[in-house]
Design a protein around this ligand. Sequence first.
Ligand code: CP3
Length: 345
Amino acid sequence: MTISNSIFLKALNKEKLLTPPIWYMRQAGRYMPEYRAVRKGFKNFLDMCKDPDVCCELALQPMNKFELDASILFSDILTIPDAMDLKVKFLEGEGPVFDNPIRNAQDVHDIEPFDADKLSYVYKAVSNIRSALPRDIPLIGFCGSPWTLAAYSIEGRSSKDFSITKKFIENNNIEAHIFLQKLTDACFIYLREQVKAGADVIQIFDSWANLLTESDYQNYSLNYISSLIASLKNDPVTSSTPIILFAREPRCSTEIIVNTNTDCLSLYWSMEPKDFTYLSGKVSLQGNLNPKILLESNDIIKRETYKILDAFEDYPGYIFNLGHGITPDIDPAKVSYLTDIIRER
Ligand code: CP3
C-alpha cells in the first residue's frame, strides 16, 4: 500500500467516497489512559513535546487503538511563541501561561528574528512519526493561525473575551500588524520544515476566530492566513501539500474563508452541515460532531453522527471529524463506538 491509497488524501482531493475517512481533533490526549501514563513522567507539558521519541509514541496511541485514517503530529500550537522567547508554560487546570507576554509596542520590536532551528525537536518528531506509520496513513503537520498565536501571546493566557488583546490591537495597530506578519513568516518556515520532515497534510488552527467581527476577522486573521497559504502554494516544497483550515465559530460569511484558498474547511460543531454543502467541488469539508455528544448514550451518539453523515452523503471530499477537540472527560470506548458506527453504516 502506498500513500496514494489513502482515503484521507482522496477526500482532500474532493473525491466522493462510500465511507468517509476518520480522524479526531486532539485524538492524542488526556482522555486516553495510555497518554496519562506517559504524561506522568513529565512535570512540564512542553518538555514532553521537546522529546521526539515520546511525541512519536503519543501520536501512535490513538492510531493503534482506533485505526484512524490520519495521524496528527504530537506537539502544540504554542511552540512558535515559545521559540520567540515568550516563555510558555502549562499550568494544571489553567492551560497555557506566558511569563513574557507581548504587552506594549516595544515588546513587538524586541522580538528576536524567528530561528526555525529552535523547533528542530518538532521536525524530528515529524520524521519519527512518519517512519513509524504505515505508508498509506498520512501524517498531518500543523500550526496555529497568526491571529490565534498573537491572541495567546498578547493576553498571556487563555481568557473568555481576550480583552487585553482587543485593547492592544486597537491602541497599537501598527505593531499588531508587525507582530502578525512576524508570526505569519514563522508559520510558513515552520510548516515548510514539517513538510520536509515528512508531513503529508497541513492543518491551520484558528481557534480564536470567534473573537473578531467580520471586518476585523478579515483584517487581523484571514489576510494573514491567505498570505500564509499563498506562500505555501508558491513554494516547491509545499505546493502540493493539502491544507485544512479550522476556524472556531467565525462571525463572517463562508465566502471570505473559502477565499483564503484553503483546500479543506474544518467546521466547528455549532455550524450547520446543510449550510455548507453548496461548497461542493470548491473545497473539501471536515467535521463536525459536537465532542460533548460523546458523553451521551450510544443511541444519541449514533443519531447525531448519522445526521451529519446524511447531510454529507453526496459531498465530494467529506472527512469525518469532531467540531472541536476531544476533552479529557470522554471515555475512549465511546470513541471506538463512534469509529465503528461510521464504518459499518
Ligand atoms: O492528537 C493531538 O491533536 C495532539 C496534538 C495537539 C495538542 N494541542 C496537544 C495538547 C494539537 C493538534 C494541539 C492544538 C492546540 N493547542 C490548539 C488548537 C486546537 C483547539 O483545541 O482549538 C490550541 C488552542 C492549543 C493550545 C493549548 N494546548 C491549550 C489551550 C492547552 C490547555 C488546555 C487543554 O486542552 O489541555 C494545551 C495543552 C495540550 N495540548 C494538551 C495536549 C495533549 C494537554 C496538556 C497536558 O497533558 O497537560
